[in-house]
Ligand binder design. Structure first.
Ligand code: FES
Length: 254
């Protein structure tokens, strides 16, 4: 992990809520993998609206191409080519995929799916089937920007928010599943997701269903304990041990 400067190369609006920015990063960060995040702080004065008490925000790469990192950001933030971003990266551990993998299920529940999307280029390249399920507020994500090989499933309306049409087959066929939920109450939302999976599978073993935690990361290096996650093996840190934790190892899950 190191601090470096990145430069915005291109900004493209995806829809009224999202823009896609491509940033040139330090060559030492070319090894970023799915699961790694960036701690970012724009240096431009025009980015004053991005200030928050921890100074840096977590950015999830959604693609890597030609030595550029691609990130989706809300359109409420303003970027222009040439803007300089102060970056600390890589943060966290890469996602741990099984060796034998045919289908992967990605679920975003009431949250922006960005933390799951860097998986997609790698999975598609390796001919692994990918289904992305967008539930609740995640349905607003402009999924048309994703590769055509990705199967998209949209959740039902509010009172059936955790249901989608192909739920039985997509959960049944998945060799592994990675889930992101609204950061406001991740534990409660992961419990809801766990219950949905339990209805569809007799048994949820280890190394199958992962929750991706999207904590605020004040330090990102394991120094402040602000991102502690309780597990059956004691407390872990989202910034060092995460962001993905096997839901079967969390104490509240039953
Ligand atoms: S953000 Fe400080 S320990 Fe994780």
């Amino acid at each position: 992990m190191k601090e470096s400067q990145a430069v915005v190369q291109r900004v493209r609006r995806l829809d009224k809520n999202y823009q896609r920015i491509e940033i040139a990063i330090d060559s030492s960060l070319q090894t970023i993998k799915p699961g790694n995040a960036l701690l970012a702080r724009p240096k431009s004065m025009r980015q004053d609206r991005l200030w928050h008490p921890y100074l840096r925000t977590v950015w999830w790469p959604v693609d890597l191409k030609n030595q550029l990192v691609v990130v989706d950001r809300p359109t409420s933030e303003r970027f222009e080519p040439g803007d300089v971003i102060d970056i600390i990266a890589p943060i966290g551990q890469p996602y741990r995929f099984r060796r034998s993998l045919h289908n992967v299920l990605l679920i975003a529940y009431d949250t922006d799916p960005s933390c799951l999307l860097l998986n997609i280029p790698w999975l598609v390249k390796n001919n692994i089937g990918v289904t992305l399920v967008l539930l609740g507020r995640a349905r607003e994500y402009p999924f048309q920007s994703l590769p055509p090989q990705v199967e998209i499933a949209l959740g039902e309306d509010d009172d059936k928010m955790l249901e989608w049409q192909s739920q039985v087959t997509s959960i049944g066929n998945a060799d592994q599943a990675f889930v992101a939920v609204a950061p406001a109450d991740e534990m409660a939302s992961f419990q809801e997701i766990w219950t949905v999976f339990l209805k569809r599978r007799n048994d949820i073993g280890k190394n199958y269903l992962f929750g991706v935690f999207q904590n605020l990361l004040p330090c990102g290096v394991g120094a402040c304990d602000a991102c502690m996650i309780p597990t059956k093996d004691g407390f872990k840190l989202a910034c060092v041990d995460g962001p993905a934790f096997d839901l079967a190892t969390l104490p509240f899950i039953s």
